[in-house]
Design a protein around this ligand. Sequence first.
Ligand SMILES: [Zn+2]
Ligand SMILES: [Zn+2]
Length: 297
Amino acid sequence: MTDSARAKSIAHYTEKRPDLAQQLAFFERLWSVQDEFADKAAAYTPAPLEDLERALRNHQTMFSLVEPTIPLDDYRGAVRAVAAVMTEAGLSEEQTAALGEVDLADAITAEALSGVLDGLDVFIQSIADAVDDDRFTTPLISFVLTEAMTPFLREPAKAAAAAAGKFDWLQWDSGLCPACGTPASSAIIRDEGELQGGRRWLSCPTCRTQWEYARIRCARCGTRTHTDLEYLYDEEDSAHRIHTCTACHGYTPVVFEREQLVVTVPEVEEVVMVPLEAVAAERGFTPLGDDRDEIPN
Ligand SMILES: [Zn+2]
Ligand SMILES: [Zn+2]
C-alpha cells in the first residue's frame, strides 16, 4: 500500500467522519513513525517455494521456516518512538506518566528478542514482568511492542509472500497470518474473478500481509454454519460491517470494497470501524472469540 493511498484515505475520512479526526491524526503519526524505521529492517531471504508450500499446507507460518532478524538497537529506538507517540494518545494520566517515565526499550534484551515470533505473548509478558510497574496494562505494553515491530516485519513478510508465488491461500485455511501467525485484524470483500459476491482477504495488523480466506466462514473459529454468521452495520454505511459469529462469539471487521468511496487501506479502515466494534462488544462479541489459541481447520 502506497503512502499516498493512505494519505488520501486519511484525508477522506477526516472530512467525512469528523468524529474520528482525532483518532486518525494519532494513527497517522504512529504510521509515519513506523515508516521512519522501515529502512532499518534487516535483509530477509525467504525459504524456497517448495518449503513454503509444504509449511503452509501444514499450518506452519512462513516466518517459522526463516525468522526475520529484528535488530535490537533499532527496535529499541522504534519502541521509544512509539511510546512517545502514545503519550499524546489521550490515555489516562497514570498511563501517560508511566510512558514518559519508564523506558520500555531498556527492558528488552537480545535474548528475549530472538525467537520473539515463536511466542509474542511470552515476549510481551517478559517485558511487563521486567518493567514491573502497575501503571502499565498488558494491552498497553503489547500495543507499543507490536506496533514498534511492524516496520521490521513488513518487508520480510512481503518477500515471503512473493516467494510463495501463486500459492492458493485458501489452502492455508486460517484466520491467523500465514507469515507471522497474528490473528487477522480485518477483512476486505473484493469483487474478483467470476465468483458472485466477491472473495475475502484477511489482513494482518503486525506484518500487514493479506491472504485469501473463505468468504462465508468465521475467521476466528472457522465455522461455516450460516445461521451463526451475521453482519452488523449501519444502514447508511454498508461498506463497513462487523462479521459476528454466535458459535465462538468472535467478530471480524469487514470492508465491502464495491461500496467504498475511497481506496481501501486496511489500517485506516480499521480505525473507521472502531465505533462499530464497540457495538459488537456491547452485544457480547469479542475480537478473537472464545478459543483464541485454536487454529481453525
Ligand atoms: Zn502477519
Ligand atoms: Zn466463530
